[in-house]
Write a protein that binds this ligand. Structure first.
Ligand SMILES: Nc1ncnc2c1ncn2[C@@H]1O[C@H](COP(=O)(O)OP(=O)(O)OP(=O)(O)O)[C@@H](O)[C@H]1O
Ligand SMILES: [Mg+2]
Length: 269
């Protein structure tokens, strides 16, 4: 097992380098000295029992929450003082734990919204060359259609997104995030609410994303998905990292086993 790097210096070769992250809510130390890396081209899973602090890490990395201490470097850039939107525009794109599709839009329109960041036309350029904007719209629609096909959602393309089954809505959110051609994709429990077939489609999608060279940081409770898809696993418990390594290494780590067994005793379904 590789040692957890707790040095405050960021890892220059990592796509995302988190060092010494800390956050308290009132008296509760929710995140305590959390350090980990996401390497280029890899799927990194962030796992841990309920309430361990996984979503809070996402919120701190994307500056939705202000951190008490620590440093986050993404693609060589320190994210301190950047807004969540600025961070997204740098190519760090995330999804949320509860599916958020845009109501009043069809499934394919929801996916197309994700491609918006890539619009290359200035306002003047759009006015002068409307046909180019239309051409770009056509290409975006085509790409969105291909993405829906990739995850087996083509049949839903014209339906209102909110009418899709919950599992399909979650896949839609991943696909929409992908449309922005992120440099790093952060997914918070993408398999929650998915049935077995949809989970399999998600696994295929994650592998396809890795093949595209896009690194993924995924929070996930579905262990077979994590073990099948992740290159590296980071384990957090009570706000602290307790293990990092390959899926096989982490699976056999005593602290990890104890963290999970301890919670199972208390009736997690
Ligand atoms: N905004 C907040 N205010 C107060 N406490 C919070 C806030 N956000 C999170 N917490 C607390 O911080 C801890 C970590 O929560 P977090 O949502 O990050 O856990 P998680 O690992 O994502 O859990 P789950 O697997 O259930 O999604 C919990 O004790 C939670 O109650
Ligand atoms: Mg969470």
């Amino acid at each position: 097992m590789s040692a957890i790097d707790t040095q405050s210096q960021a890892n220059e070769t990592a796509m995302l380098s988190v060092r010494g992250l800390a956050k308290s809510f009132g008296g509760l130390k929710a995140i305590n000295d959390v350090s980990f890396d996401v390497r280029p081209g890899e799927v990194t899973a962030l796992i841990g029992p309920n309430g361990a602090g996984k979503t809070t890490v996402f919120n701190l990395v994307t500056n939705i929450l202000a951190r008490d201490a620590g440093r986050v470097v993404f693609a060589g850039r320190d994210l301190a003082n950047l807004s969540p939107v600025e961070i997204a525009n740098l190519g760090l794109v995330r999804t949320f734990q509860s599916a958020r599709v845009f109501p009043g839009m069809t499934a394919i329109e929801n996916v197309m919204v994700g491609g918006h960041r890539l619009g290359r036309h200035s306002l003047a350029g759009q006015a002068l060359w409307l046909w180019r904007a239309r051409e770009e719209e056509r290409r975006t629609r085509q790409r969105a259609g291909e993405m829906l096909e990739l995850v087996g959602l083509s049949g839903f393309a014209g339906m209102h997104a909110t009418e899709l089954p919950m599992g399909a809505q979650k896949l839609l959110e991943v696909v929409r995030a992908l449309m922005a051609q992120p440099k790093l994709l952060c997914l918070d429990e993408p398999a929650a609410g998915l049935n077995d077939t949809e989970t399999q489609e998600l696994a295929n999608l994650l592998r396809a994303i890795r093949k595209l060279g896009i690194p993924v940081l995924v929070v996930e409770h579905n262990m077979s998905l994590v073990m099948n898809v992740a290159d590296r696993v980071v384990v957090i418990d009570s706000g602290a990292i307790i293990a990092t390594g390959t899926p096989a290494e982490v699976q056999n780590n005593n602290r990890v086993i104890e963290a999970y067994l301890g919670k199972e005793d208390h009736g997690a379904s």
